[in-house]
Design a protein around this ligand. Structure first.
Ligand SMILES: NC(=O)c1ccc[n+]([C@@H]2O[C@H](COP(=O)([O-])OP(=O)(O)OC[C@H]3O[C@@H](n4cnc5c(N)ncnc54)[C@H](O)[C@@H]3O)[C@@H](O)[C@H]2O)c1
Ligand SMILES: O=CCC[C@H](NC(=O)CCC(=O)O)C(=O)O
Length: 490
């Protein structure tokens, strides 16, 4: 047992009483965090603390809650470099990228304030007698589950709107990024968030299961794999009264058609497929290139540029485009996925290679046009599958051959093609001549099919953080000027 007080329950940091676990820098396996997990009893204590804090927090005015949340933004700004380094160390992502993640966390506060007012503000309308008022109320105690790939930004995208709406929170971060979670919660404490309003339970799946199954939560906001999301969806079947927001994976297509600037197209393909070492839910997984000369040219340029991608440590003076993946296991999983595709008939055009014992991989490109039953699986890493096509509509239909529906893109100079693509492609994020990664926080962010449960996050996160209350109101009990037929009050 370690004495590391890694659990935040009712404003107190306490040591977990469960199994020990640790977090390592995936580039060099240095242990950067170690503690004991929260037990089910400790999870229960966190839920109770959140419940006890709920009325005082939700009774505060929105303005008073917003003041504390804005102080959190200030603390984030003051500590942004510390946070960026922590994210880089724990995920392997390069500093240039984790600095943008820390910045996105700061930007989330102003966007969430605007979204709260526009999506769940108070609307009053006059009536012949009295007034009609629409308000929104917090659900109560909510659990937030975070993924490892954006350990600061994506949980933040649930926590900030949840708190602004008046909910209290129990946060269960990925067991792969506990250090970032601990830092973030310490920033919330520095901002003056009252005890119990946000609680942190660190642990592996057992801790997650204890929280997800706790009867005392009113909702669960999840970002993570479709596998886990589907387990949670099944778990919540029969509990329609609990709000469940699932932000899950993707198997995202990118189609190229009639581009004049092939170099620019290659840039957008690389930004879509290999940023964050392919560890973004929105990363392009399937690239559809036209058969013939243009497709050949783009593929040739893409292979050349991909081979030139710099892979390195998060803090290299000459910053890499790709850092390490989250873990040696994740990297090995990408090699296995590549092997499976080759066994199915794929042709490796650039082999994804793995520096065994670390999270480092080089990006891979694999020709998959002739694979008969192409597996509809999210390979969460830098492996881009190529499909050659002759008919644009057929390419769109093949791109739609997935249970997912998160992001999709067209690189092409004809607006009519984009109009057709936009009308037919099934995805929640659809881009034209821009990378399909790097979505705006000022827009809804969510997918269809296996990518979500129709509770888009980012700008629409406010929608699942509160429920509407419609009222008709009159200052005093007043007799109407005329009674309904058949009534006598004398
Ligand atoms: N749609 C989005 O906004 C979005 C954003 C980022 C990542 N993702 C997806 O997330 C995945 C990568 O993240 P990950 O590997 O951390 O996801 P994951 O599903 O493994 O874990 C997510 C969270 O759920 C917890 N968890 C895992 N199994 C659980 C269980 N059985 N019961 C309760 N809790 C459980 C984990 O501890 C973690 O906190 C990818 O599939 C990616 O596409 C989606
Ligand atoms: O890894 C998944 C997506 C990461 C990122 N998306 C967002 O940041 C959505 C906006 C938000 O949630 O504020 C991307 O598209 O790269």
């Amino acid at each position: 047992m370690t004495t590391h007080a890694a659990q935040l329950i009712n404003g107190e940091w306490i040591a977990g009483q469960g199994a020990s676990f640790s977090s390592v820098n995936p580039a060099n396996n240095d242990v950067i965090w170690s503690a004991n997990a929260a037990t089910a009893e400790q999870v229960d204590g966190a839920v109770k603390a959140a419940r006890e804090a709920f009325y005082s927090w939700s009774d505060m005015s929105f303005e008073a809650r917003l003041e504390i949340v804005k102080r959190f933004a200030e603390v984030l700004k003051e500590n942004s470099e510390e946070l960026a380094i922590a994210i880089a160390k724990e995920t392997g992502k390069p500093l240039w990228e984790t600095r943008t993640e820390a910045g996105a966390m700061v930007g989330k506060i102003a966007i969430s304030e605007k979204a709260y007012q526009e999506r769940t503000g108070v609307v009053e309308n006059p009536m012949p007698v009295g007034r009609a008022v629409i308000r929104h109320k917090a659900h109560g105690v909510v659990a937030v589950f975070g993924p490892y790939n954006f350990p600061g930004h994506l949980p933040n995208g649930h926590i900030v709107p949840a708190l602004l709406a008046g909910n209290t929170v129990i946060f269960k971060p990925s067991e792969l990024t506990p250090y970032v979670a601990e830092l973030t919660l310490k920033y919330w404490q520095q901002a003056g968030l009252p005890a119990g309003v946000i609680n942190l339970v660190q642990g592996e799946v057992e801790t997650g299961k204890a929280l997800a199954s706790h009867a005392g939560i009113d909702g669960l906001f999840f970002t993570g794999s479709s596998r886990t999301g589907h387990l949670l969806h099944e778990q919540y079947a029969g509990q329609p009264g609990k709000i469940l927001a699932l932000e899950m994976g993707g198997n995202n297509p990118l189609i190229v058609k009639d581009v004049a600037d092939t170099k620019a197209a290659v840039h957008d393909i690389i930004q879509s497929a290999f940023i964050s070492s392919g560890q973004r839910c929105t990363c392009a997984r399937k690239l559809f290139l036209p058969a013939g000369e243009q497709g050949d040219t783009i593929l040739e340029q893409l292979i050349k540029a991909t081979k030139a991608i710099k892979v390195g440590n998060f803090d290299d003076a000459d910053q890499p485009f790709m850092g390490s993946m989250i873990s040696n296991a994740a990297a090995a999983g990408m090699v296995k996925a590549q092997q499976q595709l080759v066994e199915l008939g794929g042709e490796s055009l650039i082999e994804l290679t793995h520096t065994e014992g670390t999270g480092f991989v080089t990006p891979g490109i694999i020709e998959c046009t002739n694979i008969a039953d192409f597996p509809d699986e999210e390979h969460f890493g830098p492996l881009l599958k190529i499909f050659r096509y002759t008919d644009f509509d057929a390419a769109i239909e093949k791109a739609n051959e997935t249970s997912f529906g998160l992001s999709a893109g067209l690189l092409g100079d004809n607006e009519a093609d984009y109009d057709r693509f936009l009308r037919r492609i099934r995805a929640g994020i659809v881009n034209w001549n821009r990378p399909i990664t790097g979505a705006s926080s000022a827009a809804p962010f969510g997918g269809i099919g296996a990518s979500g449960n129709h509770r888009a996050s980012a700008y629409y996160a406010a929608d699942y953080c509160a429920y509407p209350v419609a009222s008709v109101e009159l200052e005093k009990v007043t007799l109407p000027s005329s009674l309904s037929p058949g009534l006598s009050l004398d």
